[in-house]
Design a protein around this ligand. Structure first.
Ligand SMILES: [Fe+2]
Length: 386
């Protein structure tokens, strides 16, 4: 995240002597991305963070692709993904390409017995249902309905859920996830016309420092495999850190919509960017106020990006047949637009209460076996007139 954060105790100068009360040194670690060019955090461990005891095994978790080359629009019934006890088992990849994987998950239990690290990808976890606490080696964050959790690659974390009823929409991104550059000034500060600002971004506030030795299971995702690693020290043993690389939360309810006299294009909804896809938030807002305005979107050709809309809540203006938890996939190469009747129905309406998350990928997405199991195969014909 492009602003400075400090938690816990750190020495006055980087790379200098910093001792525990018993006289031993703390163990410094630079935690960064893009070599030494990206955002980084400098942290201090009670124990060496390198103490691997055993590599216990690995499991293939690659998305199982069913449709490789796709030009068909689909609707997926996301809530048909079955709840599962374990957090990692519950994560079902539905759409994937070489830049990102879109996952649906309904975990019932907190991650009690292991720590998790995604070594390949930043994770964006949108909380559709549920609440709890994201715990990491860089501190803890509370989350609830409507939160985006942005977890940089390499973050060691656990999730504590308050109840068994959780629904998550997750994007794993092989490119770093940032706030949109056009909303930031040359220092990185979010500008006045940005739909959210630093005040809306929640940083880790509570650092767990465990001085424990023993056996600690860490599951590390790398190159589509999940490695079980046994560590000799507790992974949450950081006494303090400072820097720019840490997990954070932003609520979709804190996204301030940008509206106009006539229909505003999707970039006004943009919330995050990578160089491989964008994420947009469609939130309750007043409709266009030109007296002749048609609030529903016009047909459009996303000729070079696949468009994924995840419907969260409210009555979505452009379609008649969409419920919470549905995903629509409108692939690159063909136009799409409002459902027959939706444009007429929108005329004269003053506001919408729709809530949705959109992911537009620049490379085509492949559909997995899990996606086809919850797909509505005739959706692509739903624009036909009688
Ligand atoms: Fe669209």
């Amino acid at each position: 995240m492009p602003f400075y954060h400090k938690l816990g105790e750190i020495p006055h100068k980087r790379h200098t002597i910093f001792r525990k009360s018993n006289g031993e040194l703390y163990y410094e670690q630079l935690f960064g991305t893009i070599g030494f060019d990206g955002m980084s955090t400098n942290m201090y461990h009670v124990h060496r963070p390198t103490q691997v005891k055993n590599i216990l095994g690995k499991k293939d978790v690659a998305p199982r692709v069913s449709i490789k080359n796709n030009i068909q629009s689909y609707r997926l019934h996301g809530f048909k993904i079955k709840p599962e006890h374990d957090y990692l088992d519950s994560r079902k990849p539905v759409l994937t390409n070489s830049d990102c994987t879109i996952i649906l998950a309904a975990p019932k239990e907190s991650t009690a017995s292991y720590f998790y690290k995604n070594a390949d990808a930043d994770e964006m976890i949108f909380i559709h249902r549920g609440s709890g606490k994201l715990r990491s080696h860089l501190g803890n964050l509370d989350f609830k309905y409507g939160d985006y959790l942005i977890i940089p690659r390499g973050t060691i974390y656990k999730i504590d859920f308050d109840t068994e009823d959780n629904r998550l929409f997750i994007v794993e991104s092989h490119r770093p996830i940032y706030t949109p550059k056009r909303y930031r000034n040359w220092f990185g500060q979010l500008l006045e016309h940005a739909p959210f600002c630093e005040r809306d971004i929640r940083r880790p506030y509570e650092l767990e420092t465990n001085d424990e030795k023993g056996s600690f299971l860490m599951k590390i995702k790398k190159q589509n495999e999940l490695f079980d690693m046994e560590y000799a020290t507790h992974p949450f043993d950081v006494v303090g850190y400072d820097g720019f690389n840490y997990p954070y939360a932003l609520s979709i309810h804190d996204f301030e919509p940008i509206t106009g006299r006539v229909h505003q294009p999707p970039p006004v909804h943009q919330t995050f960017e990578t160089d491989a896809f964008v994420v947009c938030s469609f939130v309750p807002r007043l409709y266009d106020y030109h007296p002749q305005a048609i609030p529903a979107p016009y047909n459009h050709s996303n000729i070079d990006s696949d468009e994924v809309l995840y419907y969260v809540d409210g009555d979505f203006m452009s379609r008649n047949d969409i419920d919470a938890g549905h995903i629509s996939l409108h692939p690159a190469g063909i136009p799409h637009g409002p459902h027959p009747g939706a444009a007429e129905r929108s005329i004269g309406k003053e506001k919408t209460d729709e809530l949705a998350v959109m992911v537009d990928t620049f490379k085509p997405l492949q559909l997995t076996e899990e996606a086809m199991a919850i797909a509505d195969d005739s959706y692509y014909q739903s624009w036909l007139e009688d």
